[in-house]
Ligand binder design. Structure first.
Ligand SMILES: Nc1ncnc2c1ncn2[C@@H]1O[C@H](COP(=O)(O)OP(=O)(O)OP(=O)(O)O)[C@@H](O)[C@H]1O
Ligand SMILES: [Mg+2]
Length: 462
């Protein structure tokens, strides 16, 4: 039995292994070639066994391979051909034209005759494994890339959050100073709102005082003329009395007296003079009332809460603001006499009622125009409800449109033309009633019918 037959007999069982197995003798002659290698390389056992392997796979003749094989034949340590490069040593093509990736281990094996060693090739197909590793590597690389991206995003986030914090801090301090500025402005606005309405009121009041003053003056002129006529008559009368006393002829004097009495129209004067005096008293009374109201309207320097007569304060404000409403509205009041005194800042309360009356007059003016074709009505009533004083101011104005109802208490919100309204009236009123007096202010409204503002003040306030 030669070596080839011995190899076939000894290693035949390796045919069924899923490994490529071949055995080389020192002279590179193939002693054994298993089925697996048949299939992989396309070179059948019959074609290669007994032949020099280099004749089939010439690259094995390259020194880098050959020297390692020689080493094995001399009983050197096992060697491994790197999978990638080894496909060039015993290449085995795949159906798609690629080459199988192989992991080849070569170990020395004692020759059958005991002299020297054969080289036993064990070739593993690692194509799938390599692909798997390749895929894994790609996944791994992608994961690494992802991690790197996340890290850089985190880094960026950190920077952002630091600059965000800085921005927030900056904004907060900006907001703080804006708030302080607003608070100061609000105080100034409160003041200017008061000044504006005081200016407007002053003009109205001047007008109100002017009318009675005018007709007092006319009547006084009339009285002066009447007095001149009467004075002339009195002189004639004195002459007549003197003539009679001195025994003169009274006849001429009496005729003169008659003539003067006729000229003076004594009947007319005796009818008209009492009327003129009456009108003067009335006019002066009206002026006195306005002056009194003005004094009561804003007691100078009163910023402390005082127990005030709400009804009286309302009447005062109605009088002072007469010029604001009298052309467009009739004023009706229904003031509850049982209303106790209420603790509040009188100037503030008057200001609120004035703002609400002015708004009511403006809303009515939008319906009745200048009032020459009929006026609207403003009705003010008060009630005592448990521990609350309730004040209702209704008007027959145009009503408040749905879309602005939420906004009318906002500072600077106005539907009036520039110069007509600053949009401060209700904002200031609410601040005074709600913040300063712990009260309430709200409204009911119906388009085309009118609006009612309800103000509630706690009777016993701190
Ligand atoms: N009684 C009312 N009827 C209809 N609309 C009203 C009435 N009261 C207030 N409004 C509406 O609310 C808005 C805000 O009122 P607010 O009194 O605050 O400001 P203004 O009257 O416009 O200006 P200012 O009072 O500063 O002169 C008004 O412009 C108006 O549109
Ligand atoms: Mg207003």
């Amino acid at each position: 039995m030669n070596e080839i037959e011995m190899a076939t007999e000894r290693f035949g069982y390796l045919d069924s292994l899923p490994l490529g197995v071949c055995i080389l003798r020192q002279d590179f002659v193939v002693l054994y070639w298993n089925d697996c290698l048949d299939e992989w390389t396309g070179i059948s056992r019959d074609n290669i066994v007994g032949a020099n392997i280099i004749s089939k796979f010439p690259r094995l003749d390259e020194p880098k391979y050959k020297s390692r094989l020689v080493n094995i034949f001399e009983g050197g340590p096992p060697t491994t051909f790197s999978s990638k490069r080894h496909k060039y040593t015993i290449p085995s093509p795949l159906p798609n034209g690629d080459f199988r990736i192989q992991e080849t281990t070569v170990i020395p094996m004692t020759a059958f005759d005991g002299a020297g060693s054969y080289a036993l090739f064990a070739i593993q197909d690692v194509t799938d494994l390599a692909r798997l590793i390749h895929d894994h590597k790609a996944i791994h690389d992608r994961a690494l890339e992802e991690i790197r991206k996340r890290e850089s995003a985190e880094e960026q986030l950190k920077t952002y959050s630091i600059s965000l914090e800085e921005m927030v801090e900056e904004r907060t301090s900006e907001l703080k100073s804006a708030l302080e500025y607003l608070q100061t402005t609000q105080l100034q606005l409160l003041q200017s709102e008061k000044m504006a309405s005081v200016g407007q009121l002053a003009a109205g009041i001047a007008h109100e005082i002017n009318t009675p003053t005018q007709y007092v003056a006319d009547n006084v002129h009339f009285l002066k003329d009447g007095f001149d006529d009467l004075d002339a008559l009195l002189k004639k009368y004195a002459n007549l009395v003197k003539a009679i006393k001195e025994g003169d002829s009274a006849h001429d004097h009496a005729r003169e007296l008659d003539k003067a009495a006729e000229e003076a129209d004594l009947v007319y004067l005796s009818e008209e003079i009492p009327k003129a005096i009456e009108q003067c008293l009335e006019g002066i009374g009206q002026v006195a009332k306005i002056v009194r109201s003005m004094k009561e309207f804003s007691p100078p320097g009163t910023i402390e809460k005082t127990a005030i007569d709400i009804n009286g304060a309302i009447e005062t404000t109605i009088t002072v603001a007469r010029n604001e409403w009298k052309y467009v509205a009739e004023m009706e009041t229904d003031l509850d006499p049982s209303l106790p005194l209420v603790l509040c800042v009188p100037g503030d309360f008057n200001q609120v009622i004035l703002n609400v009356i002015t708004n009511a007059a403006h809303a009515i003016a939008e319906v009745v125009g200048d009032g020459s074709n009929g006026k609207g009505t403003i009705k003010i009533s008060t009630r005592c409800n448990d521990s609350w004083a309730e004040i209702r101011v209704s008007d027959t104005g145009k009503g408040i449109p749905e879309d602005i109802r939420q906004r009318i208490f906002e500072p600077f919100f106005t539907t009036k033309e520039v110069g007509q309204g600053m949009g401060q009236g209700l904002a200031v009123s609410r601040s005074m009633i709600v913040n300063k007096h712990c009260g309430t202010i709200d409204f009911e409204t119906e388009m085309g019918k009118g609006t009612t503002f309800n103000i509630g003040l706690p009777i016993a306030q701190e």
